[in-house]
Write a protein that binds this ligand. Structure first.
Ligand code: NI
Length: 174
């Protein structure tokens, strides 16, 4: 296992549309292992492969609370089959936009189809935090970030802040 570097805003690779996984092979299993190590190390509750620079439709999550046993889940080629009209708001964050949190409203219930690590097709119905998390991660696979769901003013503010920080880092490295 190896920890991979998490891309952060405004890295343009975060806007790539990820490609479907044709076969769950050793390379994908290695990617998943690394994603878990990276996600637990961050720490975070969800990670899309594109966040570590691999534009493939692979998502890892673990929504277990601190005092609960680990609950690692892998979603390959996840697809939103249905979303409720009813909406729910959650304060979201993202490992690619560190230390920035904002409330986002999304469908409260969703149905998702995905392939598991054994290559079997699965379907789940999710609500609460899992519904939000799956929608957030599926967005990543389509090059969409949670800040795309907040007001234009707030979004441009956070993009400006991260662009400025990135420029500062480049200047310091020169
Ligand atoms: Ni994210």
């Amino acid at each position: 296992m190896a920890t991979r570097t998490i891309l952060t805003l405004p890295d343009p690779r975060l806007r790539l549309v990820s490609k479907p996984v044709a076969k769950v092979d050793a390379e994908i299993r290695k990617l998943v292992e690394d994603m878990f190590e990276t996600m637990y190390g961050a720490p975070g509750i969800g990670l899309a492969a594109v966040q570590v620079g691999v534009p493939k439709r692979v998502v890892t999550t673990d929504l277990a609370k601190k005092d609960e046993p680990k609950n690692p889940k892998v979603y390959i080629n996840p697809e939103l089959l249905w979303a409720s009209e009813e909406r729910a708001a959650y304060e979201e964050g993202c490992l690619s936009i560190p230390e920035y949190y904002e409330e986002v409203e999304r469908p409260a219930h969703v149905k998702v189809r995905y392939t598991d690590l054994d290559g079997n097709e699965q379907e789940i119905e999710a609500n609460g935090l899992l519904a939000t998390c799956l929608q957030h991660e599926i967005d990543h696979l389509n090059g969409v970030l949670f800040i795309d769901h907040i007001s234009k003013l707030k979004r441009s503010r956070v993009i400006k802040k991260f662009a400025k920080a990135a420029r500062r880092e480049t200047e310091e490295a020169e």
